[in-house]
Design a protein around this ligand. Sequence first.
Ligand code: SAM
Ligand code: MD0
Ligand code: SF4
Length: 365
Amino acid sequence: MTDHGDRDRIGDLCERALGGEAPDRARLELLLSVDEPDVAEPLFAAARALRARYFGEAVFLYGFVYFSTFCRNECTFCFYRIGNRESPRYRKTVAEVVAICRGLAESGVHLLDLTMGEDPAFHETGHFAALGELVGCVHEATGLPIMISPGVVPATAMRDLRAHGADWYACYQETHNRELYGRLRVGQSYAARVAAREAAAEAGMLVEDGLLTGIGDTATDRADSLLEMHAAGTDQVRAMTFVPQRGTPLGGVAPPDRMRELVTIAAMRLLMPNRLIPASLDVDGIAGLELRLEAGANVVTSLVPPTVGLAGVSQSELDIDEGRRTVAEVTPHLAALGLRPAALVEYRDWVSHRLTARTRRVAGR
Ligand code: SAM
Ligand code: MD0
Ligand code: SF4
């Protein structure tokens, strides 16, 4: 796709980003359509330089606890959509979740991401108080920062989750193209998902949004997503490649090229240099970690302990039982790139500064 003029323009906009000038829409679209490794490399190098400027060598590590895999929704991309008989269904007790979280905390993660499907046991009964209690128990047992990924929950539940110790709310739009959204999150309100992130921010939590790529999205769609995340002040911004899942409508499609995700990570870093950007182990496992870090990511997510019967989302089993999604396995890969796991205090400081800065932004409005 890229001619000599485009290569020059990409070099120029990387220079400008390093000089503090964020790419505009046209430049973002150009970046997001890069698909050749030699054209992408200068972009990745600029993304790494910006990461170093804001975060040094420190990388944050997130433990992932998929505590209920029951779901009432039918997202076309997801292994855990309702009615898929291929996916493992389980619901961990509070005691089990607490024990798993203690283990993750001892292993050195900086945050615990408590994730569930839109489990009818909460979503159909409205019994979100039980979620708050779960967060409270994990908070008490570990003292670690907590992210909650429960799907769309009411504003009252957000306040309760915050009160019990949740620092982050994760809820991915997947795409900011409403028509594509309608084909991915079938039957789910677009506006309600946006509103849920806003409610979480109002309740005092930091917020993560994310996009899926390789699922019918164009460079224009991805540029829209990045610009919306930028405008919303989203604290953590994610891109993941769609992994086709057996037993689902899109199960038969060819695995998408990973270059799009890598280029999206780098473009996110150029547009939003001070945000957290995950390198998820849930797409290509440990083998895909270094590429994502080299594209400018600064958080490793989806660390899952072996032997406790937990699943991933887009890779339900990859590298889990082998113990390869662990701090011990990840650390040498960081070192190979001149990076290191952050100290917990560095992570806590980042979270508290980000919250304080946001309070100021809101107050100044
Ligand atoms: N059920 C909640 C929800 O959907 O918001 C929480 C689960 S959330 C962790 C699931 C996320 O994993 C989705 O939003 C999507 O971005 C990602 N995901 C799910 N299936 C995937 C797949 N097959 N390939 C890549 N990413 C996937
Ligand atoms: C991950 N499997 O980090 C997890 C998940 C949910 N907040 C995160 C998509 O890749
Ligand atoms: Fe359910 Fe979340 Fe999967 Fe959608 S992405 S089917 S809401 S678990």
